[in-house]
Design a protein around this ligand. Structure first.
Ligand code: ATP
Ligand code: MG
Length: 278
């Protein structure tokens, strides 16, 4: 598998228009086959998460960013299905509260980064502070333009201290977004997800693409890479992200901890106890 083609190399200038949101080229088959493949991937991910938790050594941070309807929620639901909820946390970053705004923009982020043995998924993240904040000029350029470097340094510190970071930008196009908005407006089971403000953001699509492109080019580092995930096809998005997360966990070369002492003695004692209980 060559998922590396979706990874943004450090210090290069990619163009988002060179990434096809409809791409499904690494999967041999279609939706039906991908859904079947997911059953096995969910199982594998669940085993690896258990090992991460048991070993208690590594920390995994997964960052999801996307335009509205890009599929952050769906990804979390599908990729992490079956994973033990005790070892996985989701942190969603919404409009900052007055308290959060009174601190620096990384303050609310840092307290949600994973502890040893944990896997944390960020639904939106520190990157909102160079996306929505930039597009709407919520702070002046001289402030937001410095944030790329802060974020790189922050993520460098996290990885130096034992965190593995994966960043996924879910790439959909305007046409697919329209389709998903129509579904949200028309389908009574999806209407709750519709927020009229989302249409105002859609009008700024090109500004967002520029902000996303700069984010990808300036913050995809050797220690915390960005992947541009083709996301028009939900099944491909889920399959690809599951593959990348699994590969990353496997590369950590984790092991179940060795017992502190030889358990042979306890095994014998347990046998004697249970026999005498019969
Ligand atoms: P989503 O759209 O991710 O599925 P949601 O609809 O449940 O989430 P929203 O109320 O839309 O929740 O929350 C996210 C909103 O908060 C987005 O419009 C996002 O751009 C905004 N937001 C997040 N972080 C910031 C930030 N640092 N500054 C300003 N706005 C932010
Ligand atoms: Mg929203």
């Amino acid at each position: 598998m060559d998922e590396e083609k979706y990874r943004v190399p450090p210090k290069t200038k990619i163009k988002l228009k060179d990434f096809d949101p409809n791409d499904t080229s690494l999967f041999d088959g279609g939706k039906k086959e991908a859904k079947a493949a997911m059953v096995e991937l969910n199982q594998k991910l669940s085993e690896l998460q258990e090992l991460l938790y048991a070993e208690g050594k590594h920390k995994l941070l997964i960052i999801l960013q996307a335009m509205d309807t890009g599929g952050k929620d769906g990804t979390i639901r599908s990729v992490f299905e079956g994973v033990n909820p005790q070892g996985v946390k989701v942190a969603a970053f919404k409009n900052p509260t007055p308290l959060e705004l009174s601190h620096d923009y990384l303050w609310r982020i840092h307290q949600h980064t994973p502890a040893r043995g944990e896997m944390v998924i960020f639904n939106r993240s520190q990157y909102e502070d160079v996306l929505v904040v930039r597009v709407h000029s919520l702070v002046p350029e001289e402030i937001w333009s410095k944030r790329y470097e802060h974020i790189n340094a922050f993520e460098r510190m996290l990885t130096d201290e034992g965190t593995t970071i994966l960043k996924f930008y879910l790439h959909i196009d305007l046409k697919e977004q329209a389709k998903r908005f129509f579904a949200r407006v028309e389908d009574p089971t999806k209407q709750w997800k519709f927020n009229p403000g989302d249409l105002t953001e859609r009008e700024r699509w090109n500004d967002y693409m520029q902000a996303y492109e700069d984010m990808l080019n300036r913050t995809s580092t050797a220690w915390a890479p960005w992947y541009v995930i083709p996301a028009n096809k939900k099944w491909y998005r889920n399959w690809l992200i599951a593959k990348i997360v699994i590969k990353t966990l496997k590369d950590l070369d984790m092991h179940y901890p060795q017992p502190a002492e030889d358990l042979e003695h306890y095994h014998k004692r347990l046998l004697e106890m249970t026999l005498s209980e019969e």
